[in-house]
Ligand binder design. Structure first.
Ligand code: ADP
Ligand code: MG
Length: 632
């Protein structure tokens, strides 16, 4: 077949442009990327050969080789892995399939050249080859297929592809025609240093040269099979970059060997940056499953609970059969037991970190990024509920810090029986909610629940240490038992509250019945409020009715099967506006003005809850009239 010229996808061209302008110091990472690809390719063939041993032909041992040619100034990275056929080459090397590179582009933003030093931290995959080469040739033959292919490009907008001049061994050779200033990658010592820095964890031998005097540049044993005290922090980090295709620092590294009835090795990482697909609806994890050093899959269903899907790394089982198919892994009892083991491990480590005051800031950062995912475990996995409630952190009226439920309980006021929360879209809005006034006045802390997942676990979990989790927007909230700060300071706290309430209550009875009559079906009830101190009115939900925020959330997602529940309008009997309205109701009885004001106050309460008035023009008319009267 004749050679064909094809264009790169636009994103690739942009990436290549950035790569070409990268700084010298980061260039060596090109080798990390090519070795990582070579190793992945060997893993994939090893797996395929479990069911199709013929694919291995006469070369069952996998290896990676670096070959230099001083004369033609080329460095070739060779592997005998799965290889690529024509469409693989076009697809894999002409478009960006991988998350890492797309993530890199989006981090750079719209700035054409941006901060190119980011390349070192991200890894732009195969295209990194163009940092050191002005021309790259990829020669490849896919295992089990007869045709050999040659892909070549100078990284400027297009590549050519055609049949290779001669028949190739299985696998891939990446030939780099080194740039003028990249001559040091022809030296063994330089290459050896780069391999040691970035690729020592690779489980296959990486050899330098051809034939009998080839030297192995790495330890050539899979990192997780080595003992912990032989592994440096940097080696763990490079391995994390390799398995996760991410280039941040691992926040937590767990490496352990389970022995006895169940034998496996785990090397798992919690990233320090949120992976971009964390909230992908499939909620699938990316931990790689190996069986006795052979890569099986990175999609083993059930290996990792979906509420720990941010974990990256490797599980290597001694118990599963090597010929296990991906389908056989579903509901496999060994996999289930490994999941139980690793979940306990990870939770134990998180609990330890959460309890360690030296790590407090780091733990809060972790929780800010991953807490919303971890909380899914509260309703999916009742078995771990207690631990999860211990490690959960919340924003609250206390201030900017994140607190635990234990912190909350420790500060509960005398007479306070419940753990109060307010849910909404973000804590900045919640802080200003009038619903909180009565709680503030009594120094009662309120948790802010701002993740959609909170609406699901709270009703299921119900309480913590026998203290009911109670929304402050519920009608039944019993604040009267807790003294306000002011009254507590004086003598006989409770006496003062009881003195006051009936007097005020009697005063506004008439107003309340007037409001009820006017508003009719628009509200469920009208009552005096103990929760307000500064605002005149607010809306609350009745016991047993859906929380206001949940209802809005479901409405947004079109998941609401019933009509919206009616709310209770609460009036603040100590507010001067309510007091003068009450006086007016007592002296003048009903009238159009009072009726209009009832509607206005209801709309005002709705607006504060984030709901628009259902009849904006009526609202505007009443507001204009009220303003006009106040001016006359
Ligand atoms: P990533 O490794 O993150 O997928 P790369 O840009 O490094 O992204 O590589 C793109 C794709 O090209 C790989 O996913 C793989 O399918 C293919 N590829 C690259 N190098 C090789 C190789 N040596 N052997 C087989 N396939 C390869
Ligand atoms: Mg890669």
């Amino acid at each position: 077949m004749a050679e064909e010229q094809l264009s790169f996808q636009a994103e690739v061209t942009r990436l290549l442009d950035i790569v070409a302008h990268s700084l010298y110091s980061e260039k060596e990472v090109f080798l990390r990327e090519l070795i990582s690809n070579a190793s992945d390719a060997c893993d994939r063939l090893r797996y395929a050969a479990l069911t199709q041993p013929d694919l291995l032909e006469d070369a069952p041992d996998f290896e990676i080789r670096l070959i230099v040619d001083q004369e033609s100034r080329t460095l070739t990275v060779t592997d005998n892995g799965i290889g690529m056929n024509r469409s693989d080459l076009v697809e894999n090397l002409g478009t960006i399939a991988r998350s890492g590179s797309l993530d890199f582009l989006s981090k750079l933003g719209t700035d054409q050249h941006g901060d190119v030093s980011l390349i070192g931290q991200f890894g732009v995959g195969f295209y990194a080859a163009f940092m050191v080469a002005d021309r790259v040739e990829v020669l490849s033959r896919r295992a089990g297929e007869p045709e050999s292919w040659r892909w070549t490009s100078d990284g400027k907008g297009s590549f050519s592809i055609g049949e290779a001049a001669e028949s190739l061994p299985r696998g891939t050779q990446v030939v780099l025609h080194l740039k003028e200033d990249a001559g040091d990658y022809l030296e063994e010592t330089r290459l050896s240093r780069v391999i040691q820095t970035y690729s020592d964890h690779i489980g296959l031998p990486i050899r330098f040269g051809t034939g009998a005097d080839a030297r192995t540049l790495n330890k050539a044993s899979a990192l997780w099979t080595r003992s912990r005290n032989e592994i440096t922090v940097d080696q763990y980090k490079e391995f994390y970059h390799h398995v996760s295709h991410a280039f941040d620092e691992p926040w937590l590294t767990l490496h352990w060997r389970a022995e006895g009835k169940l034998e496996y090795t785990g090397l798992l990482f919690v990233p320090s940056n949120k992976p971009f697909d964390l909230f992908d609806p499939r909620r699938s994890h990316r931990v790689k499953l190996y069986v006795r050093r052979v890569f099986i899959t990175d999609e083993a269903e059930g290996l990792v609970p979906s509420w720990l899907r941010f974990l990256r790394g490797v599980i290597d089982s001694e118990d599963l059969p090597l010929n296990v198919s991906r389908e056989m892994l579903q509901n496999n009892p060994v996999v289930t037991r490994i999941r139980a083991g690793l979940t306990k491990r990870v939770l134990g480590e998180l609990e330890k970190t959460a309890a360690d005051s030296e790590n407090a800031d780091a733990y809060r950062r972790f929780w800010t990024d991953f807490g919303a995912v971890v909380k899914e475990g509260l309703y999916e996995d009742s078995e771990h509920r207690d631990t999860l409630l211990k490690i959960a952190r919340f924003r609250s009226t206390r201030g900017d810090q994140l607190i635990s439920l234990d912190d909350y309980v420790a500060e509960m006021k005398e007479g306070q029986e419940a753990i109060y929360f307010l849910s909404g879209d973000d804590s900045e809005t919640l802080v200003r909610s009038p619903q909180l006034e009565g709680f503030r006045a009594r120094g009662v802390e309120v948790l802010f629940l701002t993740d959609p997942v909170d609406e699901f676990w709270v009703p299921i979990v119900g309480s913590y240490q026998d203290k009911a989790l109670t929304s402050v927007t519920r009608a039944g909230v019993d604040l009267a038992k807790i003294a306000t700060k002011d009254s507590a300071a004086g003598d006989g706290a409770s006496a003062e509250t009881t003195d006051e309430t009936p007097a005020e209550g009697a005063g506004i009875d008439h107003l309340i019945s007037l409001f009820k009559l006017t508003l009719g079906d628009a509200v469920k009830d009208v009552r005096t409020s103990v929760r307000l101190t500064d605002s005149a009115v607010c809306l609350v939900s009745d016991e047993g009715d859906m929380d206001i925020h949940l209802e809005r959330l479901l409405k947004q997602h079109r998941q609401l099967s019933v009509g919206p529940a009616k709310r209770i309008l609460e009036l603040n009997p100590t507010h001067s506006l309510i007091r003068s309205l009450a006086d007016r109701a007592n002296t003048e009885g009903s009238g159009d003005t009072l009726a209009d004001l009832a509607w206005l106050l209801l709309d005002q309460a709705r607006i504060v809850e984030g709901e628009p008035p259902p009849d904006p023009s009526a609202f505007a008319r009443r507001l204009a009239e009220a303003l006009e009267k106040s001016l006359i």
